[in-house]
Design a protein around this ligand. Structure first.
Ligand code: ACO
Length: 325
């Protein structure tokens, strides 16, 4: 019998501090930097984001999302035999945030590691978990995307600091006789490292270089729209499906205009696109599982529906996963 993987539970967590565009505009004004709710909404679709408190780490957010996903799947934390955590803002240089989450869940023994693919991280992590389940290396995987991007934002750069937020989303992916994940398509092109990066590094006990996020927004925008269409079409072709078979597109929540352009290229109406960027901002690796969990808990996404999950981000990395929910 063919072995497939299937999402059996979703969960998410947002830190309680909700910062509206107006809140952020007045914080930036105190630094002599001008922005407005109108500019941010028109260019990005973002109205608010959540920021974690200064002592809160990625693993703190991740473990809350994980607990919700485990509860939704109706399993116990001790049943988990694989943890993959996608993040670009881990608690420490090492060990991985996944190991810290494992300990916070009160379990031990199962494989646990982080995946670094920036905003594509969750899609990468899901594909790895799917592959490990299909080979029999795991049966009940916890796949998490979690970030505290507020830590790496330059609040003197209005072109980037208004775009991002903190949060976590998670799914339980279990072995199943029926699919589940139908197909996937992952890519990277390292020649674009410079258009979206945090160039600093730790060396000799000091931070060398700039440890804050740098982005060429227009270059990212142009690349993102093209590769998201290509990845979606490739995943559909591998599964012998067309865009008409998609019930819900769950894209990386970077910018409403990127989502609208992708939907238009795939000829999908916007009422088939899950949008949470307005309330979450761009939470990088957390954005897709956060959007998925919000859509599941609000009753939008139902069991049996076909979902296209799509990520794109620094690296440049991008990818898509087509699945029956
Ligand atoms: N408030 C007010 N004005 C601003 C702000 C701000 N926060 N930021 C920039 N501006 C100004 C600029 O200074 C510029 O002024 P000027 O014309 O006097 O020089 C003007 O607005 C236009 O700036 P542009 O950079 O041309 O604005 P653009 O329409 O390209 O929008 C944005 C910028 C929103 C970043 C856009 O390029 C974008 O969405 N890019 C995609 C990047 C993205 O979403 N990245 C997320 C991370 S990557 C990922 O997740 C895939």
């Amino acid at each position: 019998m063919t072995r497939y993987s299937r999402i059996t539970g979703t969960g998410s967590y947002l830190p309680p501090r909700r910062v509206t565009n107006a809140d952020l505009a007045s914080e930036l004004a105190a630094r002599g930097i001008e922005t407005s709710d109108q500019w941010i909404v028109e260019r990005t679709g973002i109205r608010a984001r959540h920021f974690a408190g200064p002592d809160v780490t990625t693993s703190d957010l991740a473990v809350q999302a994980a607990r919700h996903a485990i509860e939704a799947a109706g399993i116990a934390a001790g049943d988990i035999d694989l943890i993959i955590l996608a993040t670009s803002t881990p608690d420490m240089v090492f060990p991985s945030a996944a190991c810290i989450v494992q300990n916070k869940l009160g379990i031990a023994g199962c494989a646990a590691f982080d995946v670094q693919a920036v905003c594509s991280g969750f899609v990468y992590a899901l594909v790895i978990a799917d592959s490990m389940i299909k080979t029999g290396a795991a049966s009940k995987a916890l796949v998490i995307g979690a970030e505290v991007f507020s830590r790496i934002l330059d609040f003197n750069d209005r072109t980037t600091c208004v775009l991002f937020g903190d949060g976590a989303g998670a799914v339980v992916l279990e072995a199943s006789d029926t699919p589940g994940i139908l197909s996937s398509d992952l890519h990277a092109d390292g020649k674009h490292v410079g258009i979206l990066c945090v160039p600093g590094t730790v060396s000799g006990g000091q931070v060398l270089g700039d440890p804050l996020l740098k982005m060429d927004g227009q270059a990212v925008f142009k690349l993102a729209v093209g590769v998201l269409e290509d990845a979606a079409r490739a995943a559909l072709a591998k599964a012998g499906k067309t865009a008409a078979d998609i019930d819900w597109l769950v894209p990386h929540q970077a910018n409403i205009r990127i989502m609208q352009s992708t939907a238009k290229r795939l000829k999908l109406p916007m009422n088939k696109v899950v949008v949470t960027v307005d309330e979450h901002g761009n939470t990088s690796a957390a954005s897709i599982p956060l959007a998925l969990d919000a859509a599941v808990r609000s009753g939008k996404v139902k069991h049996g529906e076909t979902l296209m999950l799509e990520g794109v981000g620094g690296g440049f990395t991008w990818g898509a996963v087509l699945l029956d929910f």
